[in-house]
Design a protein around this ligand. Structure first.
Ligand SMILES: [Zn+2]
Ligand SMILES: [Zn+2]
Length: 328
């Protein structure tokens, strides 16, 4: 018998993305098999393709932002049935390690992650543990649904910022994450949201914020680093008022100097932010909130066959692209 196969994109070496035909994955008892409708390209996919900072074992199918239709359920799965429209969160906490036990599944010591330690969503089908999957309400398109995890991650940035009601929040970075964080900061009640970035197009589609590219920023309560740049880190630190807090959302691989004297005399705080602490359902609510206009983020829907164009747009065309979706 000929086994069923699927189209997928495999990273075979740095900067070597190759279309391949692979066998269909088989869901385990607690997993579902999803036929991908849409997978969006994440900034971290672009980093993985260029540098592989997480040392993903190659060859591997990347991609971790996926939405589609359930086509098979493992024998223990009760909450889903075939044909349901769903989106998946890529993080798979083990549930038993010390971090999971104290409620930090997003910092799991044995963490599974679509597109990192297992096949991801840049393929016609993918499997995910059922508890990390949500049914999409009517009215949420697959493209919007694919943003379930990036929005959840950005909710974590807001939660790590503390209570920002009535405060001045400064977001540095105009990529998809900075764009989402700026919207969520307003939803969380910030008095003012300032955003710095390089691309007028990307800055221009964030509703209700102040763009502060050209002048130095000072006296903010919270700065959020949403771009992988040491300069941006210094910009954030320089902008904090006394007792200000910096949330390090984007990843900097190289060490950066920190002025501990200033941190001491100003009682500054620097906090990290990685993955999200079970923000899946809040993210789903955000996707349905028309005020956030999150569907504006998906600027391009490209058929899977034209994947090279999709990655070009996501990587090189920041003047007109934000989130680029691959459509099956
Ligand atoms: Zn991502
Ligand atoms: Zn764990």
């Amino acid at each position: 018998m000929k086994l069923p196969t699927m189209k997928a994109l495999q990273l075979q070496g740095l900067n070597q993305l190759v279309p391949v035909i692979l066998p269909l994955p088989v869901p385990k008892a607690n997993e579902v098999l999803i036929r991908t409708a849409v997978t969006t390209i994440c900034t971290s996919d672009l980093h993985d393709i260029r540098n592989n900072p997480f040392a993903i074992k190659l060859p591997s199918v990347l991609g971790h932002e996926g939405a589609g239709t359930i086509v098979q359920c493992g024998q223990d799965v009760r909450q889903f049935s075939i044909g349901m429209r769903v989106a998946a969160h890529p993080v798979v906490p083990c549930g038993v390690c010390v971090e999971c036990q104290r409620g930090f599944g997003h910092l799991c010591l044995n963490m599974g992650h679509l597109g990192i330690d297992r096949a991801g969503t840049f393929s016609e089908y993918f499997v995910q543990r059922a508890d990390r999957v949500r049914e999409l309400p009517d009215g949420i398109s697959f493209s919007l649904g694919a943003l379930l995890e990036p929005v959840a991650n950005c909710l974590q940035a807001i939660s790590r910022a503390g209570d920002i009601k009535g405060k001045v929040v400064f977001v540095v970075g105009d990529g998809p994450f900075g764009n989402i964080i700026a919207r969520l900061a307003q939803r969380a009640g910030a008095a003012r949201v300032l955003v710095a970035g390089k691309e007028p197009f990307r800055l221009g589609i964030i509703p209700g914020v102040e763009i502060v590219n050209t002048h130095p920023v000072a006296s903010v309560d919270v700065a959020i680093l949403a771009v992988s740049s040491a300069d941006a880190f210094f910009t954030c630190m320089a902008a904090l008022r006394k007792r200000g807090r910096l949330v390090v959302f984007s990843l900097l691989k190289e060490p950066v100097p920190v002025d501990l004297f200033n941190l001491h005399i100003s009682e500054l705080e620097i906090v990290g932010c990685c993955n999200d602490e079970d923000k899946i359902d809040e993210s789903l609510a955000c996707l349905q909130d028309p005020a956030l206009k999150l569907s504006d983020l998906v600027t391009h829907e490209i058929p899977f066959e034209n994947w090279e164009q999709a990655f070009y747009l996501a990587r090189d065309r920041h003047d007109k692209a934000l989130k680029v979706a691959l459509i099956f």
